[in-house]
Design a binder for this molecule. Structure first.
Ligand code: CO
Length: 435
């Protein structure tokens, strides 16, 4: 019997997944890893200050992060090499006034965030994590919490009371069935939820103003399968891409400074459409790139637009591997497999930002890294998903390609992918950053 095989990159990937129950934690953890290799925070409110070749900075905005390493040539002439992904995953968000007392139980009211596969959230041990905003005198401050212990559960109804469940599927009404069991209590005078948050953050409950909190499955990421070929975790979509991009940027530290400026852009809010202040449809990345051009090249009118003409975007989001029981959901010639390499995704209506030139670029990046690549095209009679790729490419006016590693159970509370593909995607992205 073969023991579960693992590798250093998979150990680091699992650590990233487990440390990132929400987008806030993912962006902060990425920033911490970048700091360890010499990246420093760039204050968006600071006055312009010169950026030298090879300088490494990051900008953290709640659950979004942009990190960059200035290239050896003026970015206005050499352009950017941008890897983009998203930090958020579908989950259940705790409402502002969550307490629901019913039949002696206290439940927490939740609202689905993104395209949640609701039935996968039942009968799990759920923790609570996210951002809490606290009173700070007349001002406010935000703190992150990760209450990593079983606190909540969404219990199924016994099959005896739901005889048709196996024929009809588990249908859950988001309003009535998803609120999570939190306590046995009918004391409506107390606010045990706020008290819990106050205790976790070391403040008085009255100073807990409000929050962006979500439930998450406490089960850690594991390697599985007879030969350690699978990885199971929540949030693989799209922490898998965030981690591959991060690995590539961290590894690029050991490479000579190339002509082009490497940028890693990890956006929050993709699962709800990206039209938010720090989402992929916002002006944020454009402003950060504009600042890089100005600070690296001196005040250069038109520098950003020149830089963008020389820029490439690799947008990475997880891809649909063929499911053993549902092969007919794929186009027969475009069936990505686990552990068969990064997937290039194309869609004629540009739900994926791929055309022949970008796809060819990525194929060569894979060839140079000696890793296989695969294609995904949706069945022509099925609606297609999307990514941050088209949004960022259109907003900036840059050439792009959409890629991603293959996975199963997308948007489940517990997804799965292959253990061989992470290193391959990171290697292709590292080559991309070399310019
Ligand atoms: Co995604």
């Amino acid at each position: 019997m073969t023991a579960a095989v693992t590798s250093p990159i998979i150990d680091r990937f699992r650590a990233f997944l487990d440390a990132s129950p929400t987008s806030f934690h993912a962006a902060r953890f990425a920033a911490q890893l970048l700091e360890e290799v010499g990246y420093t925070a760039l204050d968006e409110t600071s006055a312009p200050s010169p950026l030298a070749a090879g300088e490494r900075r990051y900008v953290l905005r709640a659950g979004s992060l942009v990190a960059f390493r200035v290239g050896g040539m003026n970015p206005a002439s050499a352009g950017f090499r941008i890897v983009a992904g998203h930090t958020d995953s579908p989950n259940l968000r705790i409402k502002p006034q969550p307490l629901r007392y019913e039949h002696g139980y206290l439940r927490l009211g939740v609202e689905p965030y993104g395209g949640v596969q609701q039935a996968t959230w039942v009968d799990r041990d759920l923790g609570i994590a996210g951002r809490v905003v606290l009173r700070d005198g007349r001002s406010r401050r935000a703190g992150l919490v990760d209450i990593r212990r079983p606190l909540c559960r969404i219990p199924t109804l016994a099959i005896h009371l739901n005889r048709s469940v196996n024929d009809d599927g588990l249908k859950l009404n988001a309003q009535n069935h998803l609120p999570a069991l939190f306590a046995l209590s009918d004391d409506k005078t107390a606010d045990p939820f706020r008290a819990l948050l106050g205790e976790e953050l070391g403040v008085s409950p009255k100073d807990v103003l409000t929050w962006d909190l979500a439930l998450y499955d406490l089960t850690p990421a594991v390697v599985s399968g007879l030969n350690g070929e699978f990885l199971h975790s929540g949030r693989l979509d799209n922490l898998g891409s965030c981690h591959a991009g991060l690995e590539a940027l961290l590894a690029a530290n050991d490479d000579d400074v190339p002509a082009t400026t490497a940028v890693l852009a990890l956006f929050d809010h993709e699962e709800i459409g990206s039209t938010t202040e720090r989402g992929a449809q916002s002006s944020w990345l454009e402003h950060v790139l504009g600042r890089i051009v100005r600070d690296a090249a001196g005040d250069d009118a038109g520098g950003l637009s020149r830089a963008l003409t020389q820029t490439w975007l690799v947008s990475s989001d997880m891809a649909h591997a063929v499911h053993p029981a549902f092969g007919d959901k794929h186009d027969g010639e475009h069936m990505p497999k686990l552990n068969a390499g990064p997937v290039i995704k194309q869609h004629t209506a540009w739900r994926y930002a791929t055309e022949a030139d970008g796809a060819a670029l990525f194929q060569q990046l894979c060839e140079d890294a000696a890793v296989p690549s695969q294609w995904f095209v949706n069945r022509s009679d099925l609606a297609c998903g999307s990514t941050v790729g088209p949004l960022v490419a259109a907003r900036l006016g840059v050439r792009a390609v959409d890629v991603g590693n293959p996975m199963l159970s997308m948007h489940s509370a517990r997804e799965m992918c292959g253990t061989q593909d992470q290193a391959r995607m990171a290697a292709a992205m590292r080559g991309f950053f070399r310019g």
